[in-house]
Design a protein around this ligand. Structure first.
Ligand code: ZN
Length: 443
């Protein structure tokens, strides 16, 4: 998974520029500068002095407000890309020119690296902090929707107990979940469960039962069955409880002491188990855990949000973009696609993701495909926002990979925006080239 980190700080422009000139000697030779090397090469190719190569400034882009870039450099260190930008806001620039006062500038530092290998990126940021003597604040490239959503003041997640997360993780296993559902909806008698599981499931039953017991999703019980009628007459926590109650006089309705009747082992669902299975809350907890794992701030996770009455939505702001999640324990078919579309209409996310425990039906896929084509037709732009169609994750075991792919996509988009401001500094503009020639013809 790719990570793009952006930091910024403000300072006096003069000081920032003076420090910028020392960056080269401050970094060791494992950092290879890219923009300067590119300009050098072009200067040689064209026979134009490097000093004349100062390229025309590009149009300001609104990533961090309209900023005029004064100096910028990119460095590659092995597989990490590091960037450094000194800029002034357009208004500050004009004001300072008019008033001839000391200008305020902005320092931006960014890194692009794989999440497994962020050491160099962190070193670079720290090194720039030391050199410029500023504290760099991390910032997300926020989408408009993310900004407005934060403004809406949604309820934040209540962080669940570790035990709840562990139990949810247990239910993410299909065999454990099926057994828990069978226990919740049936008698819970082990003999019945074994029959329900069939010959394949029976072999694994002891280990699955153990997992459910360890996670406090179910508890073991002793069931007393009347030898005459075959009816279950009572359920108690343990054999010893039963003996104590029989000693105290508990008898079956047929008259026999309760502990002399037929005894069977059973499992019954706990309050925690019931809570996690209802409305598939376990999926929400697994999603939260995975979002935290990929580095989403808890402040940017909004689950079980009520929109327009009954509609419940899980939303997260990932890398500055709003992502709406649909969690479904079971198959996702056309009907679900329709109701999810309604949610998309209300929440208006930048991206959406459907996570199911089973397959996503072809009818649903065709529906989203048609919808995308319809939107594409109405879009005059040369490019189409790829966010129209939800991303699909079939099976909880694929959730982490699905989220990592999503993050890589979002991060690439952010990096593209920032790089598109900086990279023109590597090239020459027609104006620069022609100025070089004009000078020659006069010289
Ligand atoms: Zn009896």
């Amino acid at each position: 998974m790719l990570r793009f980190n952006l930091y910024s700080s403000a300072g006096a422009l003069g000081e920032l520029l003076a420090t910028y000139d020392k960056v080269g000697e401050h970094l060791d030779e494992s950092y290879i500068s890219i923009l300067e090397a590119a300009r050098n090469t072009q200067s040689k190719l064209l026979g134009i002095e490097l000093a004349e190569m100062e390229s025309d400034r590009m149009d300001p882009q609104p990533v961090c407000g309209p900023v005029r870039i004064v100096k910028a450099e990119l460095f590659r260190n092995a597989s990490t890309l590091c960037g450094l930008v000194i800029g002034v806001s357009e208004t500050a620039y004009r004001m300072a020119v008019i008033q001839e006062t000391g200008q305020r500038g902005t320092l931006r530092v960014f890194t692009l690296a794989d999440s497994q290998d962020e050491r160099t990126a962190a070193d670079f940021v720290e090194s720039m902090q030391d050199l410029f003597k500023v504290s760099l604040n991390s910032r997300d490239v926020m989408s408009d929707r993310a900004r407005s959503l934060i403004g809406e003041g949604l309820a934040q997640i209540v962080v669940a107990e570790q035990a709840e997360h562990a139990a949810a993780r247990t239910l993410a296993g299909k065999d454990a979940r099926e057994l828990a559902v069978a226990i919740k909806s049936g008698s819970g008698l082990l003999v019945d469960l074994a029959k329900q599981m069939g010959s394949d499931g029976q072999a694994g039953l002891p280990s699955v039962r153990e997992r459910l017991l360890e996670s406090d999703l179910v508890v073991g019980e002793t069931v007393v069955l009347c030898g005459k009628t075959g009816q279950a007459i009572s359920r108690v926590r343990s054999r010893s409880t039963l003996d104590a109650m029989a000693d105290a006089g508990l008898r079956c309705s047929c008259g026999k002491p309760a502990n002399e009747e037929k005894i069977e082992e059973a499992l019954s669902i706990t309050e925690l188990g019931r809570d996690l299975l209802d409305k598939s809350r376990w999926m929400t907890l697994v999603l939260i855990e995975e979002l935290l794992h990929i580095g989403v701030s808890p402040d940017h996770i909004f689950v079980e949000q009520q929109f327009d009455g009954d509609e419940i939505a899980c939303i997260a702001i990932i890398s500055g973009d709003v992502v709406l999640f649909e969690l479904r324990d079971g198959r996702f078919s056309l009907g679900h696609a329709h109701s999810f579309n309604a949610k998309i209409g209300i929440v208006q996310p930048d991206y959406s993701m459907v996570v199911t425990t089973e397959k996503i039906g072809n009818d649903a896929k065709i529906h989203f495909d048609r919808r995308r084509q319809a939107v594409r037709k109405n879009m005059p732009r040369p490019y189409v926002d790829e966010s129209v169609e939800p991303l699909f994750v079939e099976g909880i075991s694929n959730l982490r990979a699905g989220l990592e792919d999503l993050v890589t996509n979002l991060v690439t988009k952010d990096a593209r925006r920032v790089l598109s401001e900086v990279l023109p500094l590597a090239g020459i503009t027609p104006g620069t080239l022609l100025r070089g020639w004009t000078t020659r013809s006069h010289g």
